[in-house]
Design a protein around this ligand. Structure first.
Ligand code: SF4
Length: 390
């Protein structure tokens, strides 16, 4: 068994730096699906650091996309966000003006959540993790479509929630395809995490601006509790977009500001009373905190219940989601404990029942208009006078 420290001491160092490898001609396609919605900046940062300039994402999910590119390639999964990946693969293979060289569809095992360290784990839904293998089979059943199209299919297994594992995982799975060495993989992974962190900070800063505007104007906003891929207009059906047109700003739980001053204002009293250990502790409401996106939804419910200007929560979930079902009652109870409005769209799938969604949106708008003022004042009275947003 090699002794790591000896390997480092005796490694042969080149007398001059090797010239950078030219990967600028390589075209990489990435399906815009599942947890790519929360990790895309990692992949962009990683590939760019390796000198890859051309990175194309498939377009958002749509019926047309599936009809044109995914039909006949379905596999056995009944989960809608997984099923529609066939259309994304097909679009990247058949729908590009300039052909891609590599189709990169990572099997993401764990996620770099802001709750990591405060929860049991931050793993992805097992269906999400296995989805690339599942969907790939639809493109192999009558012959290897990737080979026929001259595309290399790569699906690295990657634990993004455990950054120390990632360089080795990506090096081993991509070294032949991209002619990598270990050092440049390590550097590229670092660049990927930095890009992701920059993006998350920017999004949180924008959410804070929205919240500050609400606080100063005493205006309500709506929080969406959903998985990252419900941001896809074909998965989430743009319900939050329609609500925003009525003048209610939207906050997504994934990008809620987590600055110390705001966290202390919302959770400080409970920490000092010994009820929770930190603002990110969800053990008071969710003991089996393994699943990253589920944890964030439960945490978002706690935030929404406390933050005065979030007067309404919209919970989105896809058809037959077994991961979401156990969370419905807890999230609703947490949110409604302070009188915050709660509406669930729990059966979103391919068909967009536009009429019934519209009626429900009108109902939400009616209640938000009618009750927000009193909800804000009631929740404001539960928190310390000194608000960091004012
Ligand atoms: S969390 Fe639910 S909707 Fe998402 S992939 Fe898993 S089973 Fe499907």
């Amino acid at each position: 068994m090699p002794i790591p420290i000896l390997e480092r001491w005796f490694v042969k160092r080149p007398s001059v730096d090797r010239p950078p490898k030219d990967r600028s001609h390589i075209r990489v396609g990435i399906p815009r699906v599942l947890n790519m919605w929360s990790t895309h900046q990692f992949w962009i940062g990683f590939l760019k650091a390796l000198g890859i300039q051309y990175i194309v994402f498939s377009s958002e999910t749509s019926e047309e996309q599936y009809r044109e590119f995914g039909k006949g390639r379905g596999t056995v999964d009944c989960c809608y966000p997984v099923k529609c990946m066939s259309g994304h693969y097909g679009e990247l293979i058949f729908g590009q003006k300039k052909k891609i060289d590599i189709l990169l569809s990572p099997m993401i095992y764990s996620l770099p959540s802001f709750l990591r360290g405060h929860v049991v784990d931050t793993v992805a839904c097992p269906r999400v993790m296995a989805a690339p293998e599942n969907i790939k089979s639809g493109f192999l059943k009558e012959g290897d479509v990737f080979a026929q199209q001259g595309i290399t299919y790569v699906s690295p297994f990657v634990s993004l929630g455990q950054p120390y594992l990632v360089p080795k995982q990506l090096y081993q799975s991509l070294k032949d395809v991209l002619d990598l060495d270990e050092e440049e993989t390590r550097e590229a992974v670092k660049a990927g995490y930095e890009a992701l962190e920059r993006f998350n900070q920017k999004m949180r800063a924008q959410s804070r601006q929205i919240l500050t505007w609400c606080a100063r104007e005493d205006r309500p906003c709506i929080m969406v509790l959903a998985r990252p891929y419900h941001m896809d207009s074909g998965i989430g059906h743009e319900i939050e977009v329609n609500l925003q047109t009525h003048g209610y700003p939207i906050l997504w739980v994934q990008y809620f500001p987590i600055d110390d001053d705001l966290m202390d204002w919302l959770f400080g009293q409970e920490i000092r009373a010994g009820r929770i250990r930190s603002p990110f502790d969800i053990s008071d409401v969710w003991a089996s905190s393994y699943s990253s996106n589920t944890n964030e939804i439960l945490w978002g419910a706690k935030v929404a219940a406390r933050c005065p200007w979030i007067t309404c929560v919209v919970r989105l979930s896809s058809y037959e989601c077994g991961m979401d079902q156990p969370t419905y009652t807890p999230t609703q109870k947490i949110v409604e404990a302070t009188g915050t409005l709660y509406f669930k769209f729990g059966d979103l799938d391919a068909t967009k029942p536009a009429g019934s969604i519209k009626i429900r949106e009108e109902t939400i708008v009616h209640y938000v208009e009618k009750y927000s003022r009193q909800i804000i004042h009631r929740k404001r009275a539960l928190l310390p006078d000194e608000c960091p947003l004012l």
